[in-house]
Design a protein around this ligand. Structure first.
Ligand code: UGY
Ligand code: MN
Length: 243
C-alpha cells in the first residue's frame, strides 16, 4: 500500500527526525562501489556531517580531510592505514584524527555510521590519538542513579578530543531524568528498541533505524517503550569554549 504522503519524518530549525522510509541514497567523491544516506550536514543547520554508508563487497570509503568516527552496523570492514590494517566487525568502531591517512574497504556487503567534523585545534592541547575498539569491550556506567539507564563512552572524555560518541542503553520504561537543554548538538542513530523522543515542543514515536538531529539548545527527552531495551548511538561536540 502506498503511504499516501504520510511519514514520521519531520524537519524543523531545531531538530530533524529522519525515518528509513524517507532515506535518499547518493554518492560523492571518496566513496566507490557504495552509497551514502546523508543524515546531518551544514545545509540543514548542523556543524558536523553524519551519514550511513552502504557498501557493496569491495566498496571503499576513502580518506577524509576531517576527523572521522565510524561505527560498523553490519558486515565486515578493513581499515587500511599507512603500513598496517585493522578489521572491524559489527559493533566495532574507529576514530581517526584529522590528518591520519586511511581508507575503509568492505570485505562483504556492509553498513556503517560515519561522523565527520573539523577538529578544533587548541593551543597547548595535544590532539587525541586514533582509537580502534568494539562496543562489547567498553565499560557501561550508570547515568545518574538510575539502574536502568547506562552509557558507554566510545571516545574518552579528554581535552584532546572535541567530540564524544556514546552508546546509551535504556531498560523498558527508563527515561532521561530531565528535559535537557544544552549548547552541544547531537546526531543520534537508534540502534535497538523504541520509545518517545521529545524534541522542542513535539513528542515523536521513534524506533530502531531512525536518525535524529538536535540543534544546540533543542529541548530533549527520551522514554523507552515496549518490552525490549532501547539503545542509541549519540554524537555531541564537547570540551571546547563556545567562541
Ligand atoms: O549526553 C547527552 O547530552 C545525552 N544525555 N542526550 C540525550 O540522550 N539526548
Ligand atoms: Mn543531550
Amino acid at each position: 500500500m502506498h503511504n499516501l504522503g504520510q511519514t514520521r519524518s519531520s524537519y524543523h530549525r531545531t531538530h530533524l527526525l529522519q525515518t528509513p522510509d524517507t532515506f535518499v541514497r547518493s554518492a560523492f567523491p571518496g566513496i566507490n562501489n557504495a552509497v551514502a544516506i546523508i543524515h546531518a550536514a551544514p545545509q540543514m543547520g548542523a556543524a558536523f556531517t553524519q551519514y550511513t554508508v552502504e557498501f557493496e563487497t569491495d566498496g571503499v570509503l576513502c580518506h577524509s580531510s576531517m576527523q572521522r568516527f565510524l561505527y560498523l552496523l553490519e558486515g565486515s570492514l578493513e581499515i587500511r592505514l599507512d603500513g598496517s590494517t585493522q578489521s572491524l566487525q559489527p559493533g566495532g568502531y574507529a576514530y581517526l584524527p584529522e590528518g591520519l591517512r586511511h581508507e575503509f574497504v568492505a570485505s562483504v556487503r556492509s553498513r556503517a555510521a560515519v561522523i565527520e567534523k573539523h577538529y578544533e585545534a587548541t593551543h597547548g592541547i595535544q590532539t587525541g590519538a586514533a582509537i580502534f575498539g568494539h562496543v562489547d569491550d567498553v565499560v557501561s556506567n550508570l547515568l545518574g542513579d538510575d539502574d536502568d539507564l547506562r552509557v558507554q563512552l566510545l571516545i574518552p572524555d579528554e581535552p584532546g578530543y572535541d567530540c564524544a560518541v556514546n552508546v546509551m542503553h535504556y531498560q523498558p520504561g527508563a527515561s532521561l531524568a530531565m528535559v535537557e537543554i544544552h549548547i552541544m548538538e547531537h546526531g543520534l542513530l537508534m540502534l535497538e528498541g523504541q520509545g518517545i523522543y521529545r524534541l522542542g515542543d513535539s513528542w515523536y514515536p521513534v524506533q530502531s533505524g531512525d536518525f535524529i538531529w538536535m540543534a544546540p539548545y533543542c529541548p530533549q527527552w527520551f522514554g523507552a517503550l515496549g518490552k525490549k531495551p532501547a539503545k542509541y548511538l549519540i554524537y555531541k561536540n564537547t570540551n571546547r569554549h563556545p567562541i
